[in-house]
Design a protein around this ligand. Structure first.
Ligand code: SF4
Length: 326
């Protein structure tokens, strides 16, 4: 680990000012400290934001829920309002990392976490995300866990967050505080595709701090849930995952929100699946037909062709679990 300076800030305004001067925000520290130990990250200044008053959850006027950026993963997963209205969020959080990490890691940090691509974390390997212009060792290397959707010639790393998949499905809104004030950004626009600049991962401006993630109200009654497929049953990242929320009234699907994880360079919203579901009655064949559309546009690499079929089966299974068959 290289030497760095460390400062605590008393309020959001001071945090933003420190961020504008090039400081890196740290809260739970569950990703950044690891990366600093491996010298993947070398921040000159750490700005400790852990004590800022951004831990609360509160209902919005429109019936949604605002989750403070510094709320701990475990606390959000256990919150009765999340469990009752957005079980897909609770389930995604509880299937993430380990209990110890969930007790420390925050919601803002979770969506900011960096990829688990092994070449990114190996400072002897070529990696455009860590060192722009260096090349991508994964393209011709071992790429079993990499993306089949959203990749580029520069980078094919997956986004590792589970709860971000639920946020993508639910069309969450990210609240930011920056030097010139507050703004919001749709979650779909917050995480960036790699394109030619995989080192730029979020649509953040200098100094901007995530203050909250807002879950818009779901049409009621809605059911939702998260399925994660991985090589082992705990403390493992997704090979594929599916976040599904459905509103079924009068035996007809009135609203459908679906996204996939483990397969895209960002959490992958599945509008073709959603469109196929709308206005139809749940049935075994409907789940199968809708899920067939999950892998549209997939471009598998040498070692991850299996993800195409696994993605379709993951989505199909979770549609069936959430929607049932009538
Ligand atoms: Fe780096 Fe992305 Fe290539 Fe992995 S996939 S080595 S993160 S550029």
């Amino acid at each position: 680990m290289e030497s760095f300076s460390y400062t605590k800030v008393p309020d959001v305004r001071a945090a933003v000012a420190a961020g504008q001067r090039g400081g890196r925000f740290i809260a739970g520290g569950t990703t950044l400290v690891d990366l600093m130990r491996e010298t993947v990250e070398r921040p000159g200044t750490l700005v400790d934001i852990a004590k800022l008053p951004l831990t609360g959850l509160s209902p919005t006027a429109a019936g949604g829920l605002r989750i403070g950026a510094l709320a701990r993963m475990a606390d959000v997963a256990a919150d009765p309002r999340v469990r009752s209205a957005f079980p897909v969020v609770s389930e995604a959080l509880e299937l993430s990392a380990s209990a110890q990490l969930r007790n420390m890691a925050t919601i803002g940090g979770n969506i900011m976490q960096r990829t688990r691509c092994t070449y990114f974390r190996d400072v002897t390997a070529n990696c455009n995300k860590r060192a722009p212009g260096a090349g991508c060792a994964a393209l011709d290397g071992h790429n079993r866990g990499h993306a089949i959707l959203g990749g580029s010639e520069a980078c094919v790393a997956t986004h590792p967050s589970d709860v971000a998949v639920a946020f993508a499905a639910l069309e969450a809104i990210v609240h930011l505080q920056g030097p010139v004030g507050e703004r919001t950004i749709p979650f779909a626009d917050f995480l960036l595709l790699p394109g030619t600049t995989p080192d730029r991962e979020q649509a953040l401006r200098p100094g901007e701090l995530i203050t909250a993630v807002e879950l818009p109200a779901l049409p009621r009654p809605s059911r939702s849930g998260y399925l994660k497929v991985r090589d082992r049953q705990s403390y493992e990242f997704a090979l594929t995952s599916a976040a599904v929320a459905l509103q079924i009234q009068g035996g007809v699907i009135r609203a459908a929100k679906v996204a996939a994880g483990g397969v895209g360079t960002v959490p992958w919203k599945l509008p073709a699946v959603e469109r196929h579901l709308l206005g139809k009655r749940p049935s075994e064949s409907l789940w199968t037909e809708a899920a067939r559309r999950a892998a549209e546009g997939a471009r598998p690499l040498r070692h991850n062709g299996f993800k195409v079929e696994l993605l379709k089966r993951t989505v199909e299974r979770q549609l069936r679990v959430v929607g049932g068959t009538r």
